[in-house]
Design a protein around this ligand. Structure first.
Ligand code: GLU
Length: 287
């Protein structure tokens, strides 16, 4: 039995992260399992080494101890590339040259994570692809219809929301390798949860919908399927989920102001929130 906390070092951790880490930690400890830490640092533009140090300091201050070595996604690039090569060889990936504004003006409809790609580059011929790949930045997208046809009907289980039929098609042709990063969140997180043998994925309800895509990727790579637990989110005074930009709830500010980390954690454990913080709607965003 293994859980993990997988923060991205692109902003200061806040109370919502403390809650996510606590839920993953406590579930592991209750079941005599392991609680692992993974640093999701492949976003070269936004990841910052000082924020990695701050994550370690925040967790230590809270009194949350992880087991084993920390896994840095930046050490896993060869695994991501091998997985992409596998999908490419199976005809399930295509290069996409579109910019955000081209996608917006191509009549794309809103989806679970921004606009659903209208498939423009899926239709390009081999010659045009080869020519443009030589000198244009490109992402790699999954051909969703072809991938779904290979994988067949899939389901996954959430400990709060119950059995879910996987509906990745609502996401359209998702990006698996970005123009500016070697793997997208969906690809890296799916491969790494399997690599770390995570049996229970505990994370916020804002990532509930993404699990439909992760389930499809598990099927394509023949990976084990963890049990999922999407917990409720913490909201700020405006009722919206906490964002990394909100300094007030930043753990580093509380830590530096001399607040008692383990006491704060104990309150969160008892569902007691500091003033100005509330529970977000326990909504599972359906795709
Ligand atoms: N790295 C992601 C984040 O910071 C979380 C990934 C996950 O738990 O699946 O939001």
């Amino acid at each position: 039995m293994r859980t993990r906390f997988a923060p991205s070092p692109n902003g200061a951790l806040h109370l919502g992260h403390a809650y996510a880490a606590l839920r993953a930690h406590d579930l592991a400890r209750q079941m005599s399992g392991a609680f692992l830490l993974r640093i999701e640092d492949i976003d070269g533009v936004r990841s910052r080494p000082d924020l990695v140090e701050a994550i370690f300091a925040d967790l230590r201050w809270l009194g949350l101890h992880w087991d084993g070595e920390v896994l840095f996604q930046s050490t896993r690039l060869a695994a991501y590339e091998a997985a992409l090569a596998d999908l490419r060889a199976r005809g399930l990936l295509y290069p996409c040259f579109c910019t955000r504004s081209q996608i917006a003006t191509a009549g794309a409809q809103p989806g679970p994570e921004g606009l659903v790609y209208p498939g423009t580059c899926r239709a390009l011929g081999e010659d045009e692809r080869a020519r443009r790949m030589a000198d244009e930045p490109h992402a790699w997208r999954l051909d969703m219809a072809a991938a779904k046809a290979q994988a067949g009907a899939l389901s996954w289980h959430d400990q709060e929301a119950g059995e879910q039929a996987a509906r990745p098609d609502h996401f359209g042709d998702v990006v698996l390798a970005r123009k500016d990063a070697p793997a997208s969140y969906h690809l890296a997180v799916t491969l790494d949860d399997a690599h770390q043998q995570i049996s229970h994925v505990v994370r916020g309800a804002d990532l509930f919908a993404a699990t439909h895509v992760h389930r499809l990727l598990q099927a394509l790579f023949d990976l084990p399927v963890p049990i999922y637990h999407h917990h409720r989110l913490l909201a700020g005074a405006d009722g919206r989920k906490l964002a990394k930009s909100e300094g007030a709830a930043a753990l580093a500010s509380l830590r530096e102001a001399g607040a008692d980390g383990p006491a704060l954690l104990e309150n969160l454990r008892k569902a007691m929130l500091p003033s100005g913080i509330s529970w977000g709607e326990p909504s599972y965003s359906r795709p």
